[in-house]
Design a protein around this ligand. Structure first.
Ligand code: B12
Length: 208
């Protein structure tokens, strides 16, 4: 079943992904379908792209198909108990970076775990992270970067938080394929998470 889901993303066909998700719905947890099935397929698309076996239009189609698959699962994921929010999190992808599939999965899973999540999108200027955090009185900022060239944006957001005197009040969680624990330590982030389930576990650790 997981292989079928991954294979559907690699096929780059929206209908194939939706059919595979429909089939898997009754048997697997939505988080498992997303992380172990669809995301695994997307990672494979990345490998095939790097090897020159797939081209950018394929990657865009696969990304679109995967997003449709995730959207079809959203209704199955609990919204989180609205009366007892675990904490407020602003989550976005840094400026100059349009990759948002992984970031959106992280937002969805944090939300369904009971956090109040403000997903501010992709290609987001540094100052917008800070503005939104102030506006909603955030406990944590999540920052995604998918390219080595945009990783610096994570450091810039932490630096601006310090300048604004907000660093003690707001935790910072970073993620995205090129991010690592060593990078998180270097830039002074509170934590790094490799995937959405780990992001939920670490957010709970830091905020509860
Ligand atoms: C899909 C994709 C695209 C799609 C994006 C569509 C979209 N809406 O997101 C499109 C086709 C638009 C695209 C464009 C480009 N891409 Co691209 N893309 C990818 C690809 C194949 C997959 C990324 C993905 O969605 N993975 C699946 C998700 C589920 O995984 P994920 O993002 O890693 O997220 C998980 C974790 O990282 C983590 N996580 C993610 N965010 C966060 C945030 C927090 C807070 C936490 C805690 C955790 C967390 O949890 C997620 C869920 O488990 C990668 C290859 C790869 N191996 O990553 C290349 C890749 C990232 N792209 C790359 C490049 C170069 C580009 C382009 C410049 C291509 C071009 N030549 O034009 C442009 C970028 C334009 C720009 N300015 O941003 C390079 C980056 C190279 C580098 N090291 O810097 C990669 C690595 C491919 C490659 N090897 O060349 N791309």
């Amino acid at each position: 079943m997981l292989q079928e889901l991954a294979g559907a993303v690699i096929s780059c066909k929206r209908d194939t992904v939706l059919a595979a998700v429909e089939k898997a719905k009754g048997e697997l947890e939505p988080s498992e379908i997303i992380e172990k099935g669809l995301a695994a397929g997307m990672n494979q698309v990345g490998v095939l792209f790097e090897r020159g076996k797939l081209f950018l239009p394929h990657v865009m189609m696969a990304a679109d198909a995967m997003a449709a698959g995730v959207a079809a699962l959203k209704e199955l994921m609990p919204e989180g108990a609205s009366s007892s929010k675990l904490g407020v999190i602003v989550n976005g992808t840094v400026e100059g970076d349009v990759h948002d599939i992984g970031k959106s999965i992280v937002s969805t899973m944090l939300q369904s775990a009971g956090f109040e999540v403000y997903d501010i999108g992709r290609d987001v200027p540094v100052k917008n992270f800070i503005q939104k955090a102030k506006e909603v009185n955030a406990d944590m900022i999540g920052i995604s970067a998918l390219m080595t060239t945009t990783l610096q944006g994570q450091r810039d957001i932490i630096e601006l938080l310090k300048e604004e005197g907000m660093r003690d009040k707001v935790k910072v969680m970073i993620g995205g394929a090129p991010a690592t624990q060593a990078w998180a330590d270097k830039i002074g982030a509170d934590c790094y998470a490799e995937n959405a389930s780990e992001a939920v576990a670490k957010a709970k650790e830091l905020l509860l």
